[in-house]
Write a protein that binds this ligand. Structure first.
Ligand SMILES: O=C(O)C(=O)Cc1ccccc1
Length: 306
C-alpha cells in the first residue's frame, strides 16, 4: 500500500483528489505543498498529490516552482476535480457578523463575486489550505469568523454551512498531479500528456519561437505554456510546457531532444495518462511508423544505397 503525502489537513480538495487517484493509499497530510513534496523526496512518503492549476485562475505557482527548482520528481498521474466552495462558520454565526474570512488563495480568487456581494465589509485572509482554514475557524478563540472550504471540511471540523456553491462559476475544475521519485515511467496508453520545464541558454530574438518550432515541426500539440520568473531580475523567465503524447512516442522524443539541443536546460517532469482520455490527432508524417521509415531511409542513403 503506497503512502502518499498531500496538502492537508483532512478535508482539502487535494485529499479528495488523492482518494480518487489512489483509494487504497495511506495518507500523510502535510502543512503545505513544499512539505508534501519534501516528504516524497526524502522517502517519508512514496509520492505526493498536489494541485497544479485550475480552470479559472490558472497555475498554482508554488507547485510549478517546486517542480522546476526542487530535487527532481516525476509526474505519474493527473486528475481533474470539479471544486465547489461553501461558507462555513461556528454554529450561531450569522452572515452580517462575519468580518474576517480565512481560506486558500485559489478559493479567494474563485469566490470574489460572492464575497463582494454578501460580505462587502469582510477582510479575506490567505490560509495554507481550505481545510486548514476550516480547522482554524473551529477553534473557539479564532480571530476568523468564517472559512471558505469544501462542505466536507465543515463536517470534519464541526462548522455549519451558511452558504453553499459560492464560487463565481459552478464549472470550476482543478487539476491535481501525483508525483514520485524518479523511476520507471508509466507505460504509454495512446492518451498521454508530457510535462517539462525549459531554461533558455541566453536571451535573443526568436528564442521562444525556436522552442515552439521544435514542437510544431513534429506535430506535437501544446496544452499549457507558462512563463515563470527565474528570480534573476526583471525580464528573465523560464517556461513550463504541457503537451500531448508520451516521451516514448517518436514525435515527442524528437521534439524534446530538439529542445535539449537548442535550449539551456530541459527538465523532464513526466509522461503520464491524460485524465480526460482524449487521444491526440496525429498529423501526417509524424506517426511512429513514419519516423521509423524515415530513419531507415536515411540509413540507406548514408550507406550509398540510393
Ligand atoms: O486548499 C485546498 O483544499 C486545496 O486542495 C487547494 C485548492 C484550493 C482551492 C481550490 C482547489 C484546490
Amino acid at each position: 500500500m503506497p503512502r502518499l503525502a498531500y496538502l492537508g489537513p483532512e478535508g482539502t480538495f487535494t485529499e479528495e483528489a488523492l482518494r480518487l487517484l489512489e483509494p487504497d493509499a495511506e495518507r500523510l497530510p502535510c502543512a503545505n505543498v513544499p512539505a508534501a513534496l519534501a516528504a516524497a523526496r526524502n522517502g517519508e512518503a512514496d509520492g505526493a498529490v498536489v494541485p497544479l492549476e485550475n480552470s479559472v485562475e490558472g497555475a498554482i505557482t508554488t507547485t510549478l516552482d517546486e517542480f522546476a527548482w526542487g530535487e527532481p520528481l516525476l509526474i505519474t498521474a493527473e486528475l481533474l476535480l470539479p471544486v465547489r466552495f461553501s461558507l462555513l462558520a461556528r454554529p450561531g454565526t450569522e452572515i452580517p457578523h462575519i468580518k474576517r474570512v480565512y481560506t486558500h488563495p485559489a478559493a479567494i480568487t474563485q469566490s470574489r463575486a460572492f464575497v463582494a456581494r454578501e460580505l462587502p465589509d469582510a477582510v479575506v485572509v490567505a490560509a495554507p489550505s481550505t481545510a486548514a482554514a476550516a480547522q482554524e475557524v473551529s477553534l473557539p478563540g479564532s480571530p476568523y469568523d468564517a472559512a471558505i472550504a469544501a462542505p466536507i471540511a465543515g463536517e470534519h471540523y464541526g462548522l455549519v454551512e451558511l452558504a453553499g456553491d459560492i464560487g463565481d462559476r459552478t464549472d470550476t475544475v482543478t487539476r491535481f498531479v501525483k508525483v514520485n521519485r524518479p523511476g520507471p515511467l508509466p507505460e504509454p496508453t495512446g492518451s498521454d500528456r508530457t510535462t517539462l520545464v525549459v531554461f533558455l541558454a541566453d536571451d535573443h530574438p526568436g528564442a521562444l519561437l525556436e522552442m515552439l518550432t521544435e514542437f510544431s515541426v513534429r506535430g506535437v500539440n501544446l496544452s499549457r505554456i507558462e512563463s515563470r520568473p527565474t528570480g534573476d531580475g526583471i525580464g528573465r523567465y523560464f517556461f513550463h510546457f504541457d503537451f500531448e503524447g508520451h516521451v516514448a512516442d517518436a514525435r515527442v522524443g524528437e521534439a524534446i531532444a530538439g529542445l535539449h539541443r537548442v535550449c539551456g536546460e530541459v527538465r523532464f517532469l513526466g509522461s503520464y495518462p491524460r485524465a480526460d482520455g482524449v487521444s491526440p490527432q496525429i498529423k501526417r508524417g509524424t506517426s511512429d511508423t513514419e519516423f521509423a521509415e524515415a530513419a531507415h531511409w536515411l540509413a540507406r542513403v548514408r550507406a550509398g544505397r540510393v
